[in-house]
Design a protein around this ligand. Sequence first.
Ligand SMILES: [Zn+2]
Length: 460
Amino acid sequence: MTTIIKNTTIVTGDAHRTLLYGSAIVIEDERISELGDSEEIESRYPAAEILDGRGKAVFPGLVNCHTHLLAVTDRGILEDFGFPTTLAFPVTGRSMLTPDERKVMALLAAVEAIRSGTTCLLEISSNIPEYADELAGTGLRLVLAENINDFDEEEARRGSYRFLEDKLDAGLQRSIDLIEKWHGRENNRVTCFVAPHAPENCSPNLLRHSREIADERGLGYTIHLSQSHIEIEAVMRTRGVRPTQYLFANGLLGPRLVAAHCRYVDASEIALLGQTGSAVSNNAAIAARRGAAAPAKEILDAGCNMGMGTDNMAEDMVEVMRTGLFAERVRRNDEMHPGPEDVLEWATSGGARALGMGDSIGSLEAGMKADLFMVDVMRAHLVPTNRIVSSFVHQGQPADITDVMVDGRWLMRDSKIKTIDEADIVRQAERIGHAAWSRVIEKYPDVPFPIRLPPRPLGD
Ligand SMILES: [Zn+2]
């Protein structure tokens, strides 16, 4: 099967940041086979399916290096009450979902991901097998990781840390089960990582075993790092060192680690991340919502690979790119840096390298997998398009994205998602989200809640 998008603008995302105008991109099966002059290419492929890409620009698909899809259930609530949340419930709406409801919410998040140009995402959760079939059916490129920890949650609420061997064993087993069932499926479109959750709630044993499981299988692994002041305080108190130093002492840093967040890392921690070749996921939008920004320049200068991620309550990578640019300019009081091309690189090839996929995704070049999205540039907020990457990063919206392809297969064509019944999922998700938070309130009637939920789901 050969598909050609012709007469289009191609943002290759290659090492020279080459832009091609009036050009064609040839996709054979799951890979890009060549790029070049539209007329010349068209004449050589008489049997190909040809799309006219006039008025559109083709971008490399966005790579989300850190997300929890089911957190969309907590949208509109957890953005505004701090982290860890200041709401006094011991659970959130997300944790009240039934297995069937989880499937719907995972698909809701996948709709948002596809609509915002995401082609690959790293999903971290503690019940992935329950919705992995549905997720694989969306056509997205997936890296799946079971979220594991071995701390006693009750004790931790009282401020002390105790670690449980049973929990450690069960978590490692969940990880291995997921890997054995899913790694390499769908022509390698679905792969797996290992995901010890965070420094304060993982024992040295759990960190070391996680690394071993990953090393034995040649997999990557990920952890939350320097996400909150509470984490830093807890690790300093229980381990006597800062969180990155604790991971270093227990063998977790290295080129196959994606350290998510790194908001409050100090110079010594950044140096350790750089020296060990660790990668960082800069989750700029959720960080900004929590009043923080990762030190992107220092992380990159130290030699780390940096990708971007959405984390919680949203899957919009367009927003993540723009927030990443704004937050870093504000943090550095710098009117020019980073540039939009830098941020696009973080969200594409940077993320691909972080996930160990730098040689197959992240740019539009011959031999790479055909993971891409198309932007309708003929929009009031995008023209004139004298610098299309700048226009899209500064002014673009997910609704400008009309087509998304992963592995040579269209997940969205002409603004319609082909792999998910979007209208049905949105309708169901509105009801489920309302019901889940209603259950939280009913279960804990004595906990004050500063929000009044609507009397019924808004779609009803
Ligand atoms: Zn997270």
